[in-house]
Design a protein around this ligand. Structure first.
Ligand code: AMP
Ligand code: ZN
Length: 664
């Protein structure tokens, strides 16, 4: 097989795997094998860019930046839907339809109403050519580069599809993925996102498509528009879309009567909590497309479709007390402690009140009877106060002004929604929170030590910061509750073993605000050891790839604090890794700092991967495509002609393998 055929075959194979995994939810190979094949394709495409297919599976990883999203006028308007809330509403609608169509049999397709961001995809000759947001229904934003990263959006279709059509759907963020994203944010000291819907729609307008690629978004399709489609009914439309490779949920039902429609509605009103993504109702559509044509549209919505909105599940209960939680970063979260009540299948005792503004806006007071709702949010929220039931002696809530744990006056900076306790090193939950973060799995991963033990150790006065962990002895730990000789030994050994954890994870474990796992890696790599990092200025730091002002300021502030410097010094003395390991450090220089290289072709003395490593080890970046920011194209044998032409066009110097080796 020559390279062209190999690229074709791999692209085809990966497309199939993508489809099995993301559309059918039935993977046929392991994630690892998939990644290996994708890497192989990537490498081949880099070598032979002229053979890369326009809809290559490698495009899923994103990387393109969009500064301004172009406005595109929809070929077919994207309408809104009329809403109904009861069986009577549906029956009235049916009467209007029958009056309009005369004496014919009308059947209905019922689908779920997915709660996300609407999208319109345009396909020509089986390839995705454009993706546009709904906007005002007449025109929307071109978000194609971002949508291409969503794995369940086919870039190339299968089967017998029409020459050209638009297909409409909803971009959603399934609960699982949403939860995982939030866990990662919280562990990086950031605020979690409020709900999947807003996060999904926010994702579409991110400028960096590689960030979109990292979000577990899905695209659920429900409607095809165009001319000469050869489709007769709504139900058939769903089948066709599935055949061509789209993800169309199988929960859809053809109903002959409004009673059947109501059965579907009532079933899903209860069972929607078993679905992997958010839904906010059912959409009922007249099945026959000729009937749909005859019914047409009002100025706002089709007459042939009707949304039946689920009632967000709501109960009323009494708010007993408002308490305040202090997080690891000192952020204060007000919590409503409720009279326990059953809601959407679970007993609810607490609800988040988010912040002071929220309490003020709703005028929530202790003793109030409140309505609690479980919508998309995972934590229930209070949506309203039943003022008629307010006790006569009630007075407005005054928000805490000092920390409930350490009594320090709280601070709130302009633009921040939350209050903070500034007593970082004296406030118990901040101290234990930091240590708990330090020992967590993605940080130092200390075996034999858990969150509760940390609290116990702190209460007993045995630890005040994470450096103290290394002073613990078996004898000190053994008398603690639920500890025995063996577990105490495990704990001490676990702490000792953590001195082998690499520098980049130590960087994450320190718990610097806004320094999550990825940023920690970047910092470790850029500065190589903590001493260099500790004296870096904000200006230095923002030179590092992906480090912005906010992170830079946070890092500088962290090392300005003597307490942190002391803890780091102690950790160092205990043997914790504060520099990139010798092995990694060897051959590392700053000779090529600030430069970006693109590598293409086959080389004589070193492999492509070795060459790339040399570039990175000498402080430069490896780019995947040539742009005006590229400093050099290192061209080996068989360099792709398109790369050469582009380099020449942009005046990017082309150097040989030997010329590169001379540079380093
Ligand atoms: P609304 O925004 O309340 O006017 O509802 C209309 C929106 O519901 C449409 O723009 C679609 O994005 C969305 N929607 C979700 N699921 C479906 C579905 N199965 N059929 C039609 N529209 C749907
Ligand atoms: Zn405090």
């Amino acid at each position: 097989m020559n390279s062209k055929e190999k690229i074709e075959a791999l692209s085809k194979e990966l497309r199939e795997h993508n489809y099995s995994y993301y559309v059918l939810d039935a993977p046929t190979i392991s994630d690892y094998d998939f990644d290996m094949k994708l890497k192989e394709l990537q490498a081949l495409e880099e070598q032979f860019p002229e053979y890369q297919e326009a809809d290559s599976p490698t495009l899923r990883v994103g990387g393109e930046i969009t500064k301004n999203f172009n406005t595109i006028v929809h070929d077919y308007r994207m309408y809104s839907l009329d809403n109904s809330y009861s069986k009577e509403d549906i029956e009235d609608w049916e009467k209007r339809i029958q009056k309009n169509l005369g004496d014919v049999d009308v059947s209905y397709t019922c689908e779920l109403k997915y709660d996300g961001a609407s999208i319109s995809l345009t396909y020509e000759k089986g390839s995705l050519i454009r993706a546009v947001t709904r906007g005002d229904g007449i025109q929307g934003d071109d978000v194609t580069t971002n949508i291409k990263t969503i794995r369940s959006v086919p870039l190339k279709l299968k089967g017998d599809y029409p020459e050209k059509f638009d297909i409409r759907g909803e971009i959603v963020l399934p609960f699982d993925g949403f939860k995982k994203m939030n866990e990662e944010r919280v562990s990086a000291g950031e605020e979690p996102y409020m709900n999947p819907r807003n996060t999904a729609s926010g994702s579409l307008k991110l400028q960096d498509s590689s960030l979109v690629a990292q979000r577990p978004l899905e695209c659920l399709l429900y409607s095809i528009v165009g001319s000469n489609l050869g489709i007769e009914t709504q139900y058939q439309m769903l089948d066709k879309a599935r055949e061509w490779g789209f993800k169309v949920p199988t929960v859809a039902k053809l109903c002959k009567t409004t009673d059947e429609v109501m059965d579907f509605v009532n079933h899903w009103d209860i069972h929607r909590h078993d679905l992997p993504y958010e839904t906010d109702g059912v959409v009922v559509k007249v099945n026959n497309l000729l009937h749909q044509d005859e019914l047409g549209y009002t100025s706002k919505a089709p007459r042939w479709a009707m949304a039946y909105k689920f009632k967000a599940e709501q109960v009323s209960t009494v708010l007993n007390e408002i308490t305040y939680q202090v997080g690891r970063t000192g952020a204060i979260t007000p919590v409503a402690n409720l009279e326990p009540v059953l809601l959407a299948g679970t007993t609810v005792k607490r609800a988040s009140l988010h912040n002071a503004d929220q309490i003020e806006k709703l005028d929530i007071r202790e003793g109030d009877t409140v309505f609690v709702e479980k919508g998309g949010e995972i934590i229930p929220k209070i949506i309203k106060v039943d003022v008629s039931k307010r006790p006569s002696n009630s007075s407005p809530t005054s928000y805490v002004s000092s920390c409930p744990e350490c009594n320090t006056p709280l601070e709130r900076t302009e633009g921040d929604a939350k209050h903070y306790c500034p007593n970082e090193y004296g406030c118990p939950p901040q101290i234990t929170g930091r240590i708990q973060h330090y020992i967590s799995r993605k940080a130092m991963d200390i075996e034999g030590l858990g969150g509760e033990t940390v609290e116990l150790l702190f209460k007993e006065g045995l630890i005040k910061d994470y450096a103290d962990l290394y002073t613990l002895t078996k004898e000190q730990v053994m008398p603690l509750e639920r500890m025995a000789e063996k577990s105490a030994e495990n704990l001490v050994n676990g702490v000792k073993a953590s001195t082998q954890i690499p520098f980049e994870r130590v960087m994450f474990a320190l718990g610097i605000r806004f320094v999550g796992e990825t940023v920690a890696k970047k910092l470790a790599k850029a500065y190589k050891n903590i001493d260099a990092l500790m004296i870096a200025s904000v200006e230095d730091l923002i030179q590092v790839d992906e480090i912005g002002q906010r992170i830079a300021e946070s890092v500088v502030a962290f090392f300005k604090n003597e307490k942190n410097v002391e803890a780091v010094t102690r950790l160092k003395n205990f043997g914790v890794q504060f520099e990139i390991s010798a092995e990694k450090l060897e051959n590392q220089t700053e000779k090529l700092k600030g430069l970006t290289f693109v590598v293409s072709g086959v080389f004589e003395t070193v492999s492509r991967d070795e060459l790339k490593k040399m570039i990175e080890d000498n402080g430069a970046k490896v780019g995947s495509s040539i742009s005006s920011k590229t400093s050099y194209l290192v061209a080996g044998d068989k360099t792709g002609p398109s790369k050469r032409t582009k380099a020449e066009k942009l005046n990017v110097p082309i150097i040989s393998e030997q010329e590169f080796l001379d540079m380093v």
